[in-house]
Design a protein around this ligand. Structure first.
Ligand code: C2E
Ligand code: CA
Ligand code: CA
Ligand code: CA
Length: 275
């Protein structure tokens, strides 16, 4: 068995080498990609499940690699975090997202994902404050989405940054709720405005009693804490009915729309305004 094991290890070696080279290449190509204009944002609607209206959009970054084509954020965000490039990329995302929000009516918010590395950057809050002022967008229209994992390292600094953003008037959402290790302790330490229930729970809410129980419990908890709740990854009418029944106010997912271009997002808002 030992020999077979070793044999297998050598067999996998070329693949591992390839994976390393791919990573290395992406890491390199990411440098300067912002300046070269290779990124774009998409906007996915977050809807009020009762009123059936778009309340805001989440900005999701895309990278169109000149040779490899579109690279998913799950591949390049971790690389950008490791190299520190996330600071530049994150500033680009914020400015682009906030300037897109100017095209919408005053009551529509923009949600932006922020990485751990950005939360410990002393320039983040001044940058956001200056960008909002420069573009004339009120801070309450900007929602910052952070994951529990972003709070794990340097949590004291991270929480201080969140407080400063809150003082500025921005809203703060806890993303992928339920997938980390310390969800409840963060709820105790910081008053979030919103919880986003991870789509892994929503996906299985109709077939798995544990998932449906968790969603219902999170909604009950959120009500007590006066937080609003978004169910992510709503793909079917069944998902929608279930999450609404257990008290989830907001939803996001392919049932409503995939992430949209700037133009498509505007069309969606225009369509709703004319209903
Ligand atoms: P996330 O913040 O949890 O974003 C939601 C992801 O779920 C998006 O994937 C979205 O396209 C996908 N999604 C939305 N509705 C559905 C659905 O009904 N079914 C399924 N199966 N998926 C759905 P995306 O765009 O590939 O983003 C992946 C992750 O990359 C995001 O997860 C977020 O953690 C990260 N990310 C994206 N943009 C940024 C950014 O600008 N900055 C940072 N730091 N991270 C970002
Ligand atoms: Ca998010
Ligand atoms: Ca999420
Ligand atoms: Ca996620």
């Amino acid at each position: 068995a030992k020999v077979a094991g070793r044999g297998r290890a050598t067999e996998f070696q070329p693949e591992m080498k390839q994976a390393f080279l791919d990573r290395h290449r992406l890491q390199n190509d990411l440098r300067g990609a912002v300046e070269r204009g290779e990124h774009r944002l998409q906007f996915q609607p977050i809807v009020d499940l009762q009123a059936d209206r778009t309340l805001g959009f989440e900005a999701l970054v895309r990278w169109d690699h000149p040779e490899l084509g579109p690279v998913p954020p799950s591949r390049f965000i971790p690389l950008a975090e490791e190299s520190g490039l996330i600071l530049d990329l994150g500033r680009w995302v914020l400015r682009e997202a906030i300037s897109t929000a100017r095209l919408w009516s005053e009551d529509v918010f923009i949600a932006v994902n922020i990485s751990a590395r950005q939360l410990t950057d002393a320039d983040l809050v001044p940058f956001i404050s200056a960008t909002l002022a420069d573009l004339g967008v009120p801070p309450r229209r900007l929602e910052i989405e952070i994951t529990e994992t972003a709070l794990v390292d340097n949590d004291a600094i991270a929480i201080r940054t969140l407080r400063a953003l809150r003082d500025l008037g921005c809203r703060i959402a806890l993303d992928d709720f339920g997938t980390g290790y310390a969800s409840l302790s963060y709820l105790q330490r910081f008053h979030f405005d919103k919880l986003k229930i991870d789509r892994s729970f929503v996906e299985s809410c109709r077939v798995d009693e544990n998932s449906s129980a968790i969603i219902a419990a999170v909604c009950a908890l959120a009500r007590r804490l006066r937080l609003s709740v978004v169910a992510e990854g709503i793909e079917t009418a069944d998902h929608r009915v279930f999450v609404a029944e257990v008290g989830c106010g907001l939803g996001q997912g392919y049932l409503f729309d995939r992430p949209l271009t700037q133009g498509e997002a505007l069309e969606r808002l225009a369509r709703e305004a004319n209903l």
